[in-house]
Design a protein around this ligand. Structure first.
Ligand SMILES: Cc1ncc(COP(=O)(O)O)c(C=O)c1O
Length: 474
C-alpha cells in the first residue's frame, strides 16, 4: 500500500492538518508531519503547518545555499553588525514608496543622497538631485534614461530625428547596460577591451561617438577585473571630439563598486563631479556601501540634468514629493541601514573598513602572483578586486575552471570565466575582497590554493574538457 496515502499525518493529502491540534506539537520536531513527510515542492500545500515546522524546513533548505562569507565571487555585502540587524528587523515592514506613511524614512533617504552627492564632490549638493534604488542596475537604468531623454529633448528642439539613439560603453560593462540598451531601444556601441587597452580609456572614441550618442558610460570598478576606467581621460577625449565636431557628449559614471571605494582610498583621483562632463553617478549601496542586498543610489550633478518629464509625484505630508524609479513598492529598511552606517562609521570608519579590504586584496594578489602557475591581470589596487590568468604554456593538464572546482571542495567560491569579446579566449579567475574577509581567512585561502595547484600539477594526464562550461555571469 502507498505509505503516504495511508499516513493520517501526511501534510500533502487534502485532509491534512485538520483536527490534530496539540498532537502535532507533541511530536518531536523532526518527526512531525511536514518534516517526516514530504511537502509538495511546486504546489501550495493543502493545509497549514506549525510555524516551527515551516520555519525549520525553510531554514534547513537555505542551509544548502552555502556559506556567503566564503563566496568570493559576489560584490554584495554579506556582513553587518548586530545593531544593523536589529534596525533591519525593526524596519522590515517599511515601504520606501509610502513617503506619506513613512515621512522620516523619506527624509533620511534625502539626507543620504545629499551626503553621497557631497562625497562625490557635487559642485552644489543643494542643487543636485538623487534617489535610492533597489541596486545599481536600477540606478544605471535611471541614469541611462535621463541621458536618453535629455538627448531626445535637444534633438526635437533642433528639429532632428530621435530614431537611432546609441550609447558608448566598454565591452566589459555589466549586463545591466546590455539590458538598458535592449529594453529602451538604444544601440549599444561597445568599445572592445584588449591587452593594450585593458579598460575603456578614451582611445578611438571618435569612431564610436556621433550626433546620436546619448552618452558615454565610464565604469569605476569593471566587474570582470575591478579596474577603474580613467574618467578624466575619457572626458578629455570627449573634449577633443567636441572641439572638432561641436558634439557635447556627457558621461554617466557606473560606480557600482568604486563609487564607495574611491572617495575613501583614492581621494586625489578625479573621477566624480569634479570632472565637468560627468552628469550622473550611480553606486550599489549593497556592495562597498556595506549594506545588505537591496539598495543603490544615483545622483545627478544638478536638478537640470534630470529631465523634469521623467519625474512623478507621490503624496507626502499632505502635499507631494518627486520620485524617479522603476519600481513602485520596495523595502525602506536598507535606506535606514545606510544612514546607520554613515552615522556609525563616519568618513574615517569607512576609510578604515575599505583600507582593510584593500590590504587583504593586495596581500592575496601578491601571494597568487608568487605562484609560478599564475600571472596577474591586475593587483586589486583600485577596488579590492583582482583577476589572474594561467601563464601561457604552464600546463596542458588543467585550467582555471578545474582550480575553481577544487576550491569549491573547501567551500570557496572563486569563479573562472572568459573575458569579453576580442579577448574571449582568455580565461581569468577573480577574487572580490569584502568587509568581513579577514587576513586570517585570506591566509587559509592561500594555503588551499597552493594545495589545489600542487594536486592539479601532480596529474599525469589532462582532465577531459568535454562539457566544461562557465557557471558564472556578470
Ligand atoms: C560595474 C557594475 N555595474 C552594475 C552592476 C549591477 O549592480 P546591482 O547588482 O547592484 O544591480 C554591477 C554588479 O556587479 C557592476 O559591477
Amino acid at each position: 500500500m502507498n505509505a503516504k496515502a495511508s499516513d493520517p499525518t501526511n501534510e500533502t493529502s487534502p485532509n491534512a492538518f485538520t483536527g490534530y491540534g496539540d498532537f502535532n506539537q507533541l511530536n518531536p520536531l523532526f518527526a512531525r508531519p511536514g518534516e517526516a513527510t514530504d511537502f509538495p515542492l511546486d504546489q501550495i500545500p493543502a493545509g497549514e503547518s506549525l510555524p516551527e515546522t515551516a520555519y525549520q524546513i525553510v531554514h534547513d533548505e537555505s542551509m544548502l545555499d552555502g556559506n556567503a562569507r566564503l563566496n568570493l565571487a559576489t560584490f554584495v555585502g554579506t556582513w553587518m553588525d548586530d545593531h544593523a540587524i536589529k534596525l533591519y528587523m525593526e524596519s522590515a515592514d517599511k515601504n520606501m514608496i509610502d513617503k506619506d506613511e513613512y515621512p522620516q524614512t523619506a527624509a533620511i533617504e534625502t539626507r543620504c543622497w545629499k551626503m553621497i552627492a557631497r562625497l562625490w564632490n557635487a559642485p552644489d549638493a543643494e542643487n543636485s538631485i538623487g534617489t535610492s534604488t533597489i541596486g545599481s542596475s536600477e540606478a544605471c537604468m535611471l541614469g541611462g534614461l535621463a541621458l536618453k531623454r535629455r538627448w531626445q529633448l535637444a534633438r526635437r528642439a533642433a528639429g532632428k530625428s530621435t530614431d537611432k539613439p546609441n550609447l558608448v560603453l566598454s565591452s566589459a560593462v555589466q549586463v545591466c547596460w546590455e539590458k538598458f540598451c535592449n529594453y529602451w531601444d538604444v544601440e549599444a556601441r561597445f568599445v572592445p577591451i584588449s591587452l593594450e587597452h585593458k579598460v575603456l580609456d578614451g582611445h578611438d572614441l571618435e569612431q564610436y561617438v556621433d550626433e546620436n550618442t546619448i552618452g558615454v558610460v565610464a565604469i569605476m570598478g569593471v566587474t570582470y577585473t575591478g579596474m577603474y576606467e580613467p574618467v578624466a581621460e575619457i572626458a578629455a577625449a570627449l573634449d577633443r571630439i567636441q572641439d572638432k565636431t561641436g558634439l557635447d557628449v556627457k558621461i554617466h559614471v557606473d560606480g557600482a563598486s568604486g563609487g564607495m571605494i574611491a572617495p575613501f582610498l583614492h581621494t586625489d583621483l578625479e573621477w566624480d563631479f569634479r570632472v565637468d562632463r560627468v552628469v550622473s553617478i550611480s553606486t550599489s549601496a549593497h556592495k562597498y556601501g556595506l549594506v545588505y542586498p537591496g539598495l543603490g543610489w544615483v545622483v545627478w550633478r544638478t536638478v537640470g540634468d534630470l529631465p523634469e518629464d521623467l519625474v512623478f509625484e507621490v503624496s507626502y505630508l499632505g502635499g507631494t514629493m518627486p520620485t524617479f524609479a522603476l519600481n513602485f513598492s520596495r523595502p525602506g529598511a536598507q535606506v535606514l541601514l545606510q544612514y546607520y552606517l554613515f552615522l556609525r562609521l563616519g568618513w574615517d570608519g569607512y576609510r578604515r573598513v575599505q583600507q582593510a579590504s584593500h590590504d587583504v586584496a593586495l596581500y592575496l594578489s601578491g601571494e597568487i602572483a608568487a605562484i609560478s602557475a599564475f600571472e596577474l591581470w591586475n593587483d586589486g589596487s583600485d577596488i579590492p578586486v583582482f583577476a589572474w590568468q594561467l601563464k601561457e604554456g604552464y600546463t596542458d593538464k588543467w585550467n582555471l575552471y578545474h582550480l575553481s572546482e577544487r576550491l569549491r571542495l573547501k567551500g570557496w567560491l572563486i569563479p573562472a570565466y572568459p573575458m569579453p569579446d576580442d579577448i574571449s579566449d582568455l580565461v581569468v579567475q577573480r577574487i572580490v575582497v569584502r568587509n568581513g574577509f579577514s587576513r586570517n581567512l585570506a591566509e587559509s585561502l592561500v594555503i588551499d590554493i597552493k594545495e589545489a595547484v600542487e594536486y592539479l600539477d601532480r596529474l599525469e594526464t589532462p582532465i577531459p574538457a568535454e562539457g566544461q562550461v562557465t557557471s558564472f555571469t556578470h
